[in-house]
Design a protein around this ligand. Structure first.
Ligand SMILES: Cc1cc2nc3c(=O)[nH]c(=O)nc-3n(C[C@H](O)[C@H](O)[C@H](O)COP(=O)(O)OP(=O)(O)OC[C@H]3O[C@@H](n4cnc5c(N)ncnc54)[C@H](O)[C@@H]3O)c2cc1C
Length: 429
């Protein structure tokens, strides 16, 4: 049995460990913190005992890698997939407009949704539908030098269709504004969302916490496959001899005699190992702020809302509390608790008059390095899983998956890294 040391217990490391152990590799996994999950984790809220995620995660029907992984670890039923694609748009004074596909042939069901969507004018709809139809035939490489904003202007998208539709997808999927995001990556994602089948654009939400949906089932699966875990074990040094890793040192001990080493940590941690030339890659990050608001009485009836023309992007309805998500939160992340609470109370009152009076408690979770910024420069320089060091492989949402910094990207990177190791081992046997 070949031995693999996986360093990093986020989704990329857990996926790699799952596929490797499923293929009869002897896997050991190191995680620097005392819990698995990395950027997808939940903690117990001390005041209420409720398990709170570090941030609401939205998935899409085109998350094929994620769905396969969850099938493998028997957790796919933890997801709630929309029967029909629908988004509730929340405007000031509690006005709600629905963008909803109908029970009809794809893609006509989606087109029907746009045609009857009241927030868009006739011109908005024509330009938007034209681009959606044209998408399938666009070579995204031709957009290499453009930002999303440049591209949308080139494609004659109206200001309103950009605000109401494109901006929401761009900020939601790439966590950055249209002025910065790469048009090529955006176009590739749009193709996956709108042109890979009738379920791809449906929104998926975990029914339970991130721990219950992803991390606990993954840990159970790995445990059954005899994976050895070492938590609170930070990899600090990596020893290389003759172009091979010969061992690693953690804050507690040394690990050696593995056939393969798979590093699945964020780029900023990987850089600190100083083992490959990382000088050409300068990754910067975009923050996400999640605000949990407990309410005396909650007037919301839908599972989630996209908030129009507000610093608040999404509101997720959790019954006794709501989860407000602010992506691309550069302007908010350095603000104090009081300042953020004030902004949130004001915004809530604008959109749902009187709601601030119902607030019992507010909890703010800031993730400063939530996702990497997918600028053109970074996308061209992402590292492949297979490296020049013969027994070193990489995973992580920042590696070359052709996807943005998402659950799907992290899981795809873990699956690719596992496959590379399985192939390498097969070729050597
Ligand atoms: C608030 C928030 C909201 C998000 N929303 C969405 C969303 O709606 N949809 C979506 O698809 N994606 C979303 N994402 C992105 C998604 O969560 C990440 O892309 C994904 O979880 C990254 O997984 P990863 O394994 O690549 O990295 P990580 O999760 O960062 O995992 C790396 C692991 O390595 C460990 N580690 C680091 N250094 C060492 C070391 N030296 N030794 C040992 N271990 C080490 C870390 O502790 C960590 O556990 C969101 C992220 C955040 C933060």
């Amino acid at each position: 049995m070949k031995k693999v040391l996986v360093i990093g217990g986020g989704l990329s490391g857990l996926t790699a460990a799952a596929y490797l152990s499923h293929n009869n590799f002897d896997v050991t996994l190191l995680e620097s913190t005392n819990k698995l999950g990395g950027k997808t984790h939940s903690t117990q809220d001390r005041a209420t005992g409720v398990e709170i995620d570090n941030g609401q995660h939205i998935l899409l029907g085109c998350y094929f890698e994620t769905l396969n992984f969850l099938r493998l670890i028997s957790s796919v039923d933890s997801l709630k997939i929309q029967e029909q694609f629908s988004i509730n748009y929340l405007l000031q004074d509690f006005k709600i407009f629905k963008l909803k596909s109908v029970n009809f042939f794809y893609p006509l069901n989606l087109l029907h949704g746009f045609i009857f969507f009241e927030l868009l004018s006739f011109n908005d709809k024509i330009s938007l539908i034209k681009l959606l139809l044209k998408l399938k035939f666009i070579d995204s490489n031709s957009l290499n030098d453009l930002t999303v904003k440049d591209w949308l202007l080139k494609e004659n998208q109206t200001q309103n269709s950009t605000n109401i539709f494109w901006e929401i997808i761009c900020v939601g999927a790439l966590n950055i504004s249209t002025e910065i995001a790469s048009a090529k990556l955006f176009c590739d994602i749009l193709k996956q969302i709108f042109w890979t089948g009738g379920n791809s654009f449906k929104i998926i939400l975990p029914k339970y916490s991130l721990n219950e949906t992803f991390i606990n089932p993954a840990e159970k699966f790995l445990f059954r496959n005899n994976v050895k875990f070492y938590k609170s074990e930070k990899c600090e040094k990596i020893f290389i001899d003759d172009n091979k890793i010969i061992g690693v040192q953690t804050n507690k001990r040394n690990f050696k005699d593995f056939d393969y080493y798979l590093i699945a940590v964020p780029f900023y941690s990987f850089k600190s190992f100083n083992i490959l030339n990382t000088h050409n890659l300068e990754i910067t990050y975009s923050p996400i702020v999640n605000i949990y608001v407990w309410l005396n009485s909650n007037p919301l009836t839908e599972p989630f809302y996209s908030v129009v023309n507000s610093p608040i992007h999404w509101i997720f309805n959790k019954g006794s509390f709501i989860n407000i998500t602010i992506s691309n939160a550069i302007n908010l992340v350095e603000k104090s608790k009081n300042e953020i609470e004030e902004i949130i109370s004001d915004e809530l009152d604008k959109f749902i008059p009187g709601l601030s009076k119902e607030i019992i408690r507010i909890l703010i979770i800031k993730e400063k390095r939530a996702t990497f910024i997918p600028s053109k420069e970074i996308l061209e320089k992402r590292f492949k899983s297979k490296t020049i060091i013969s027994n070193l492989f990489l995973a992580g949402d920042w590696t070359d998956t052709k996807l943005p910094s998402t659950i799907e990207g992290a899981i795809k990177s873990g699956r690719i890294a596992a496959e590379e190791i399985i192939n390498d081992s097969f070729n050597k046997s």
